[in-house]
Design a protein around this ligand. Structure first.
Ligand code: FES
Length: 115
């Protein structure tokens, strides 16, 4: 079970929802299921409209990070992550500050999503 907390000036208050462990839903799917007003267009990692900041709230070491190639390309092009942050994510499991909600698969860890 993972707590996913959404925070945004576009919401009256923060909302924490529960994602079931082993469920391989994307963050965008979780947001849509709970009527979170997260922007999206392509739902395929190409437009960048679903960019969100993701913070890890668990004390545990972050799960191995898997940025899709589309996610790397779009976030780099938008200037939201650097080549170094991509390398750190892939070699040191250091979470980058921005993700694409349509590409990020919710894992069994608590996260804070800011948009
Ligand atoms: Fe287009 Fe996520 S909705 S990149």
């Amino acid at each position: 079970m993972a707590n996913v907390t959404f925070t945004s000036p576009r919401m009256k208050k923060d909302l924490t929802v529960y994602a079931v462990a082993g469920d391989t839903k994307t963050l965008l799917a979780v947001a849509k299921a709970h009527a979170i007003p997260l922007d999206f267009e392509c739902e395929n990692g190409e437009c960048g409209s679903c960019s969100v900041q993701v913070g890890i709230l668990s004390d545990k070491a972050p799960y191995g990070l898997a940025l899709t190639e589309k996610e790397k390309t779009v976030l780099r092009f938008a200037g939201k992550i650097t080549a170094q942050q991509i390398e750190d994510a892939e070699t040191k499991d250091m979470p980058p500050p921005w993700r694409l909600a349509c590409q990020f698969v919710v894992r069994n860890e608590d996260i804070l999503v800011t948009f």
